[in-house]
Design a protein around this ligand. Structure first.
Ligand code: ADP
Ligand code: MG
Length: 340
């Protein structure tokens, strides 16, 4: 029911938005609903929205774990249904990221996510014993790839929700570039990807949402070039029970939703798949382990936003980030990568 209401509200807003859409030097916007989220596209020259929507429909048919007819659901049902090259790539990358994040990222938590009601949207706090017994059936270490097939015990089920949108944004960017699009911004929920360079020569400005007030932002990144900027946080999907907040990101070590001093983690990276997977993993790790991971991994930058209103940014983007000065409660500090 909640989903239906969300759809109706979205379509009213999108209809108003689309009819008011026009080409200006600031670009023109197109929006639609796919992948369980609002897709916003801003173009500056060629309108690539039809090509992007077609591709997203194809990708939904591959990775939507809630649709029984998707490629992933069919594989989850029998473990023998064939998987496309794109899906195999996503799974292979996910296994590698699970390894380097020491299991903070784990695509096998579907049964746990279902237990907490995050897949169906009917939330409940399960008994500790139930969580423990379901968790025993999960774990990326149970997966292997042999001759292009995924091998796993029957009870292992895959959920690509934490990487699919990031990879989809990469694929859309490639498609639009092939189609002749020279400058655009792709936004799939919290997954943003810039393509090319703005025709007026100005920098991209990407706002980082305030987890406490999602209509506002904690700061803005200003930069040139192509990047993925992906945010994960406890504010995106959660429920409350007995005064405790339970979010949709699960700690694979405990099977419980992550409870953290962090409100959100934003990852900035040239690769959307990685940015998406890292943002989920860093949120699971929490501050100290996230900083250790940053110091030992050279291919991303990050913005950590805390429950108490403080913001930490990594040194590689320090000169590009501007705190929202309409707040006087936010504090900003920089994390050095140093020489690992
Ligand atoms: P969103 O997709 O809402 O933007 P994320 O990218 O952080 O946010 O992905 C969260 C989704 O990933 C959850 O809804 C769940 O399906 C799955 N998930 C939850 N915990 C983990 C985890 N530790 N590792 C990998 N996937 C997870
Ligand atoms: Mg993610």
């Amino acid at each position: 029911m909640k989903k239906i209401i969300q759809y109706i509200i979205f379509f009213i807003i999108a209809t108003l938005f689309l009819t008011s859409c026009s080409a200006t030097s600031h670009g023109f916007d197109k929006s639609f609903y796919r992948f369980g989220t609002v897709v916003n596209l801003r173009f500056y020259d060629k309108d690539g929205s039809a090509a992007a929507d077609r591709l997203l429909q194809d990708l939904e048919l591959l990775w939507d774990a809630t649709a029984p007819e998707s490629e992933l659901s069919k594989w989850n049902a029998d473990h023998t249904s064939p998987l496309s090259e794109k899906t195999l790539h996503l799974i292979q990358q996910s296994i590698e990221i699970s390894q380097i994040t020491n299991g903070a990222f784990d695509m096998t938590l579907l049964p746990i996510s279902r237990l907490w009601g995050f897949q169906e949207g009917v939330h409940a706090v399960p008994k500790n014993e139930t969580v423990e017994s379901v968790l025993e059936k999960c774990g990326y270490e149970k997966l292997s790839i042999k001759e292009g097939s995924i091998i796993a015990p029957e009870e292992v089920l895959l959920d690509l929700g934490a990487v699919a949108k990031g990879y989809a944004a990469d694929l859309i960017a490639d498609e639009l570039k092939k189609d002749g699009c020279k400058a655009c911004v792709i936004s799939l929920g919290g997954n943003i990807r810039t393509v090319g360079r703005k025709p007026d020569g100005s920098k991209w400005s990407i706002a980082i949402r305030d987890p406490k007030d999602t209509a506002s932002y904690v700061g803005t990144l200003h930069f040139y070039g192509e990047r993925s900027i992906v945010t994960s946080g406890s504010y995106q999907q959660f429920f409350e029970d007995n005064g405790r907040k339970y979010c949709h990101i699960i700690d694979p070590k405990t099977g419980f939703p992550v409870l953290s001093e962090l409100s959100s983690v934003t990852v900035i990276c040239s690769d959307g798949l990685k940015a998406d997977a890292y943002s989920t993993a860093l949120f699971v790790m929490g501050r100290d382990k996230a900083i250790d991971f940053y110091k030992n991994t050279s291919d991303f930058e990050m913005i950590l936003v805390y429950e108490d209103g403080s913001v930490e940014i990594s040194e590689g983007i320090a000169s590009e980030f501007q705190l929202n000065d309409s707040y006087d409660t936010l504090t900003l500090s920089t994390i050095e990568r140093g020489n690992p």
